[in-house]
Structure formats: C-alpha cells, structure tokens
Write a protein that binds this ligand. Structure first.
Ligand SMILES: *Cc1c(COP(=O)(O)O)cnc(C)c1O
Length: 365
C-alpha cells in the first residue's frame, strides 16, 4: 500500500462541483481583485477564527510582513522568533525591514521557550513572532506577559494552526495580530497562494488594508508606503467553499493523530508532547526517533512517505548562518532537528491507510 505524504487531488475531488461553481461565479462577475468574494471570505474567516477583523493578503509570508509593519515594526527594529521554524517566518520578518533574532524552543513540544525568549529580548526588540508549530499553540500568555509591559508587539504565525485553540481562544486572536497562510497544503488551503491577517484592533485592520494596496487611502492618494499583496477573488471564492469543512477536517486530523499516538505506545518512537489546554490542529504529526534514517527507510519500504520539518533550523540554513551568533543558545532546536520525522496526517487518509501506518509504527519497537 502506498501512503503519500499529501494528496491535494483527493481533497479537491470531494468538492469539485462547488469549486467549479465558485470559479464560474467569479469569472461571470467580471471583478477579480478586492471585491465581494474577498470581503465575504474575510468576514467568514474572522468569525471562524474567533477574530473581529481579517484582511486578505497574497501569502502567509506577506501576512507576517504586513502584520508586523501594521504594528509599527520597521528598519532598525529587532523581531524575535524561534529557530526551528519554516523559513518564511524569517523571510516575513526581514521583509518588514526588521532584523530577525532567534530564540530556542521547548524540546518536548517544539514551541517557543519562554526563558530563552526572555534572554533574547534587547533594547531594540519591537515584536515577537511565536509560531504555532505543527498546529499546536505556543504559550502566548507567557509570551504576552513578557512583551506587554515592554511595549513589544506579538504577531502570531498561524500558518500551521487554522482552528487551533489555547484555553478556548483561537490561534491568531491572542496577540496583536495573527498571520495565516492558505498555501495549498495548509489546513485551509487555496488553489494557489493566499494569506490573511486577523486582529481585533480596528486601527490595525485599517493599516493592513492600506499596506496591501500600495498605501492607497482613496483613488490615487497614497498615505503610507505599501506593497501589492491581495487575496484575489478566485482564491477567496474557493476558500469560501473549503472554510465550512475546516472544523470536520481538523477533527479527522485529530482522530488520525490519536490513532498514531496509541500505536506508538510501545515503539522506539515518541510523539511530541501535547500541551495542556490546547486544541491541536495537527497540520503535521511529528515524532522523535533516535534512529531516524532507519525509521524513514522502514516506513518507505512499507510505502509510507515521511518528511522532516525541518531538517535545518534557520541558523543552519546557508542563507541565515549569520543568525547563529545571537543572544541565546539554540541547542534544543539543533537537537530536535536531528530526530524529528513527520508522518502523513491529512484528513483524506482512508481508515485502511491509517491502520497500515499504525501497524508500521507498532512494528518499529
Ligand atoms: C507555510 C508557512 C508560512 C508561509 O506561508 P506562505 O503562504 O507559503 O508564504 C509561514 N510560516 C509557517 C510556519 C509556515 O508553515
């Protein structure tokens, strides 16, 4: 049996008629950028995430950049994030004009380590970007307790956490703003690129709406230096088909994750810790295993695709080695990168495929 790591075709096939109808609706409207579909999606997405405002942008990276810029971040500022994240987190920080600074994570959960974050805060720190890595919320309360008194903004990277919660609050609603990606493989994915920033602050939402359209306040009157970053009508219309299915899809992910965790009870493989008070969105199901190469080979021999998220922490990426000389040690991120492996966890996996993976996991003992 072959279990691919992802299979976007299966997801689209299940809602093909509705997607085709949404695409036709946009084409027939003759309005393709910043229109009714986008506005309707922004309202529906904000409500689904538990936020007041959502502003559509062109990608998750842009959502991070513009979310930071809307909170006042710019050239000369430092923005802290965790070392074991996806590169776009850091690309978004750099594009805001700020200098990224890395801190370490908790080895059990791969979420930001509060003591390390505290050590990384300096005079120029203007914002923190906690990453809800793999779909599990970081300790945003601990982060805010450090940031609020110092006037440091918190922009959550929610690219892997659509629908995740912490103490009943949605990912993206706990800091000043939350940055989402609709890259096709995310829990809520477009058929192309897309992103959104959510916030409860109406002024921040207004600034975002200026920034995404070259700072234009009225036609051809530009009040800030912005960019071109919009969620187009086609993607918005397609996302409106998928959004009502997000909840059920996340439940299916959790069900698959629970089956894997049970299968791992006696194996030489340990899932990352589930932190209390959270609803994990299981964008990825990540385990730690000492004999990683052997494990991945065994899985591959059984037809099960695995990947590593991410094999190199940011400061080990050739483009970012200069970030290794930061204020704090990044040893937990380095150690995790040696042992982590991700298993297929998308909602369209069949029960038979899940059982096949579980049997394979159980045999690795
Ligand atoms: C996917 C992702 C992003 C960036 O999203 P794009 O839409 O690809 O720009 C940012 N951060 C994390 C953690 C991601 O997984």
């Amino acid at each position: 049996m072959e279990v691919p790591f992802a299979d976007l075709g299966r997801e689209v096939a299940a809602m093909r008629d509705e997607i085709d109808a949404a695409i036709a609706r946009v084409i027939e409207s003759g309005w393709f950028v910043l229109g009714e579909e986008g506005r309707a999606f922004e309202r529906e997405f904000a409500a689904a995430m538990g936020a007041v405002h959502a502003v559509g942008v062109a990608s998750g990276t842009d959502a991070i950049e513009l979310g930071l810029r809307a909170t006042g971040v710019g050239v000369g500022d430092e923005v802290i994030t965790q070392a074991n994240t996806c590169v776009p987190t850091v690309a978004g920080i750099t594009r805001s004009g700020a200098t990224p600074v890395l801190c370490d994570v908790n080895p059990e959960s791969a979420t930001i380590n509060i003591a390390s974050l505290e050590g990384a805060i300096g005079n120029r720190t203007r914002a923190v970007v906690p990453v809800h890595l793999y779909g599990q919320c970081a300790d945003v309360d601990g982060i805010s307790a450090l940031c609020k008194p110092r006037g440091i903004a918190v922009v959550e990277d929610c690219a892997q956490a659509h629908g995740a919660t912490l103490s009943g609050r949605g990912a993206g609603t706990m800091g000043d703003a939350g940055a989402f990606s609709f890259y096709p493989t995310k829990n809520l994915g477009a058929i192309g690129d897309g992103g959104a920033v959510v916030t409860s602050d109406p002024e921040l939402a207004e600034r975002l709406k200026l920034l995404r359209v070259y700072g234009q306040a009225d036609r051809y009157r530009h009040v800030v230096e912005g960019v071109n970053s919009r969620l187009d009508e086609l993607q918005a219309a397609i996302l409106r088909v998928k959004l009502p299915r997000l909840e059920a899809a996340n439940e299916r992910r959790a069900e698959i994750a629970a089956a894997y965790t049970e299968a791992l009870a006696d194996a030489r493989v340990a899932p990352l810790a589930l932190l209390p008070g959270r609803r994990h969105a299981f964008h990825l199901y990540v385990v730690r295993v000492a004999e990683r190469e052997l494990f991945m080979k065994r899985m591959a021999a059984l037809g099960i695709a695995t990947l590593i998220h991410y094999p190199l922490p940011i400061h080990r990426q050739p483009a970012y080695t200069h970030l290794a000389d930061g204020p704090v040690a990044l040893s937990a991120s380095d150690a995790l990168a040696e042992r982590i492996v991700s298993l297929p966890v998308y909602p369209q996996l069949t029960d038979g495929e899940v059982e096949h993976v579980c049997a394979a996991l159980g045999s690795f003992s």
